[in-house]
Design a binder for this molecule. Structure first.
Ligand SMILES: Nc1ncnc2c1ncn2[C@@H]1O[C@H](COP(=O)(O)OP(=O)(O)O)[C@@H](O)[C@H]1O
Ligand SMILES: [Mg+2]
Length: 371
């Protein structure tokens, strides 16, 4: 089996580091404190939540829901009901109690044709019905003997719901629960900060914050080395450093590159193997990169290439950066950077002491540098 996972979580053997973060989350859960976790996309939030849940599994009930696909409070409610149903399946006594508890909400159970997973929908549509059914779902959980942890992934999605006062409604419900702790996680740090850190908003002051940064380089070096070694692949320090240089230690891109190296069945990995495999990966994505070029304006494209060339841009409005790449006036550059950030092509990393701009997709960055 390939030791470098690209999706999901399996067990601690496939999971690198995050000791500190795991410890903090477990401590918060133990003390019934809620935590908001944020980081750039694909850095490992979901895997961290799954890891913590894996460690908790025997002691507590864990409920995970990713609300990225939802676009209304009604859908949120259905997702929550489905997540509870999965934790408490109907063939167990708690599952039967849950079913009894929500009978009046007229649940309909379907099996998703694509994923084969169960999906619960509640036959309710009036806003007042939805507002009443949410507390009912939570109150069922609150009555259970075992402590419960709920992780809501991509939580910033609630800001796009058309219903009014969603934050206030959720905050009020959550405040009155005694047996449940929450982890809210999200990739859009600007929106997450808006929810949790604006003094005027309902969630203000109610949660601990955690910013997930890159995995420390030394940790990743030994993880890659050991993972390769466990499946009979050897390499040397220079190659390990090279891998992490190429991916900027970004979790997903590092996993992806190592995954492909293993898949190529090389027994001793050399620098030229890494280059070849990266080149192959980039080629597979080239059609998408050309699409980007068609979708962006000429000056946006130029800005993107400039950021890629620099890898990290700390002072985008400095004359030296603007002159070096002929990026026009400060206001044009401001507009272009904003457009690229809004499209999630460029990431503005604000969670470090010295904020900077970088290309989100590290393989795109390498491709742009070679164009
Ligand atoms: N600590 C880790 N060790 C090994 N692989 C990880 C780790 N964290 C994340 N991954 C892998 O990196 C990829 C992106 O992680 P994910 O949790 O989906 O990021 P996010 O939720 O922040 O977008 C996934 O393929 C996941 O399996
Ligand atoms: Mg995620």
């Amino acid at each position: 089996m390939n030791p470098f996972l690209l999706y999901n979580y399996l067990d601690p053997d496939y999971f690198c580091d995050r000791h500190k973060e795991t410890e903090i989350l477990l401590k918060n859960i133990n003390n019934k404190n809620n935590t908001a976790v944020f980081s750039q996309r694909r850095l490992g939030k979901t895997a961290l939540l799954k890891h913590v849940f894996y460690l908790l599994k025997k002691k507590q009930s864990t409920i995970y829901l990713d609300i990225f696909p939802t676009s209304s409070l009604k859908e949120f409610t259905d997702y929550l009901a489905t997540a509870i149903y999965k934790e408490f399946p109907i063939h167990k006594s708690t599952g039967r109690k849950f079913w009894e508890h929500i009978k009046l909400l007229r649940p309909i159970l379907k099996i998703n044709g694509l994923s084969g997973e169960p999906e619960l929908t509640l036959d309710i549509s009036q806003p007042e019905q939805i507002e009443k059914s949410l507390p009912q779902l939570f109150s069922f959980l609150d009555q259970q003997e075992k402590k419960i942890v709920i992780a809501i992934d991509e939580f910033q999605q609630i800001l796009s719901y058309p219903e009014k006062n969603v934050e206030a409604l959720l905050r009020t419900i959550i405040q009155n629960l005694h047996n449940i702790s929450f982890i809210f996680s999200g990739s859009d740090s600007r929106l997450m900060i808006e929810i949790f850190n604006s003094a005027k908003r309902p969630f203000y002051g109610s949660t601990n914050f955690m910013t997930l940064n890159k995995i420390p380089r030394e940790e990743y070096v030994s993880f890659i080395k050991n993972s390769f070694h466990s499946v009979g692949v050897e390499t040397d320090e220079k190659v390990l450093e090279m891998i992490l240089d190429l991916t900027c230690t970004h979790t997903y891109y590092t996993q992806r590159l190592c995954h492909e190296i293993y898949a190529d069945r090389i027994s001793y990995v050399k620098e030229k193997d890494v280059v070849n495999i990266l080149y192959k990966l980039i080629q597979q994505n080239e059609a998408v990169y050309f699409q980007y070029r068609n979708l962006l304006t000429k000056t946006q494209w130029k800005t993107l290439k400039a950021v890629a060339a620099e890898e990290a841009v700390y002072q985008p409005y400095s004359q030296s950066f603007i002159k070096k790449y002929s990026l026009g006036t400060v206001s044009t550059l401001q507009r272009n950077l904003k457009a690229l950030v809004d499209k999630a092509i460029i990431y503005n990393n604000l969670s470090v002491e010295d904020p900077y701009y970088e290309v989100e997709d590290k393989f795109l960055m390498r491709w742009l540098q070679n164009e």
